[in-house]
Design a protein around this ligand. Structure first.
Ligand SMILES: NC(=O)c1ccc[n+]([C@@H]2O[C@H](COP(=O)([O-])OP(=O)(O)OC[C@H]3O[C@@H](n4cnc5c(N)ncnc54)[C@H](O)[C@@H]3O)[C@@H](O)[C@H]2O)c1
Length: 40
């Protein structure tokens, strides 16, 4: 299981799209910059 901090942002959201193919992923993001629609 991998924790991605800032996962609703640009780099994080692209990273997650790759990681979910092989890992369980948890996203922590305060949405100060990112967009919640970037994360399933
Ligand atoms: N379309 C594009 O080409 C595009 C779009 C955005 C950014 N960029 C580039 O990408 C780089 C930046 O991308 P990034 O992913 O590092 O930045 P980002 O701002 O996209 O993502 C950072 C994420 O961290 C979150 N965050 C900030 N402080 C936090 C905290 N204390 N706790 C939890 N979450 C927190 C923000 O809400 C955001 O979602 C820059 O070089 C920028 O120019 C390109």
């Amino acid at each position: 299981m991998i924790l991605v901090v800032g996962g609703a942002g640009y780099i994080g959201s692209h990273l997650i799209k790759e990681l979910v193919n092989s890992e369980k992923v948890i996203v922590l993001d305060n949405l100060s910059m990112g967009h919640d629609e970037s994360v399933d």
